[in-house]
Design a protein around this ligand. Sequence first.
Ligand SMILES: [Zn+2]
Length: 554
Amino acid sequence: MMTRVKSVITSITGCAIFVATAGVLALMATAQNLPKDTLQDLPKPPAQPSDEAWTFINDLKAPLWGNGLGWSPRAVAAGEADLSRGIRVDAKFPDSEGLLKTAYTDLADFCTAGKIPTNGSFTIETVKAETQVFEAYRIEVTADRCRILAADTEGIRRGIFKVEDMMREVVGPFLKLGTMERKPFIKSRISRCFFGPIKRPPRYRDELMDKVDYYPDQYLNRLAHEGVNGLWLTIMFKDLCKTSVAPEYGETSERRLAKLRQTVEQCRRYGIRIYVFSIEPTAWDAQSPILKRHPELGGKRIGNTCTFCPWSEVSQRYLYESTHFIFSQVPHLGGMINISHGERRTNCQSIVPATSNGRSSCPVCAKKEPWEIIYKTLAPMAKGMHDANPDTTFIAWFYMPQDNPLGDWVYELPKHCPEHVTMQFNFESGVTKDVFGRGRRGADYWISTPGPSRRYERLASFGKNAGTPMSAKIQTGCSHEVATIPFVPAPGMLYRKFSAMRELGVSNVMLCWYFGNYPGIMNKAAGELSFEPFPATEEEFLSRLVQPEWGGAF
Ligand SMILES: [Zn+2]
């Protein structure tokens, strides 16, 4: 059976993506060869549906267990505890902030869906216990009791969801007797709201400026069950931060901060932390009054912009105060993901392409090593954040999607990482593959060619040797190969990605850009694959993944 499952799922990967890609290429080739007047005769594509027509949002808001569990009555089997006469929950785990309320409610909803009385005698007990890492848990099942043990609320949450999955696996109100332990090796699993607006062309919408709730409870509940523990959303220092260097910034700060705080607290109830995403420090407008007051903030003027030069005292103060402000103003943020090179003009190194071995033309930075310019920019940002809230992660994302080889300086970055910084690179950019007999190099991003690229392997190995925490940027549900669908069900390809991450010592994953984040089997696969014990083979993983979904049909 499993061989068949694997071959079906793998063939979905191998074919669907390439058929889709080949189809698009064929269409493009055909269109290019057509005379102009023929192109004008082609029917126009249908209009985009309005936001109000997005009925999938109602699907995401629907109760997770609303359709029942589809169990048929059966007798308890050998080696199982019997929960059919009902359970009682003994919530012993100390939870002064009530963070686990949503998880206990979900367990009650699950029992309702499975017709399990919640005033019975089988006890499900949550207990505080020592574990090795955050989110780790242990489950002990005996004939009359299931104990879920963890050191933190999020371990308990994962344990409760696992107990639900264990019942779904055996297709009834029963739990296999025995003990199991799990702990994550990927500590941050960061996705993004599927229908959150983008602060980019053509509409430049900012979710912190409207009153829409992009994080309804049952949507968050779905993400939490899939192992997502972080979501990112876009900010800019100019909109949000009040500092001594740029007091004119942050005009709408209060309104944005209020929505950000609300979002953070909403998601936190489901064990999901918010990470602010930015491309900072933004290069200065050449006419900026801030730059006029402090010319040392500027590096190289190009057209109407001037790069941010990090070497002055005032530059350092601006970077420190910006992140310190955000993380002081908004408690419980998870951290920051900052594109530190590769997209838009930022500091003086940003004008040197990732594929170049040239030097910055800023007169100050020209005398520095490229890694020093990056280091000098990141260090105060990470320190400002960390001083305001030590329980945060600063992810410096080097967005270098080029398929051409990178400059030598890039490989120096993981060897010189500032304190409190995790370095992130694209997992597959630079991958190679033979396609129809021709060698190809891939840019960003790929599910059909799971990576890692040789480039990522080298960067991660330098990071490992230097003790630099590493993150991988991947696409989880779908990629540019076919981005117009919720997800491509090819979890075997994620097994290959996470298996390589584990070997390379990668500890964080950014799961998506604006797409590829719809809840479903691919998110769930990424969540499962982030935990030890890691399945020994792809077959074993697929079996583990589909058992709760397929139950008796497996
Ligand atoms: Zn400079």
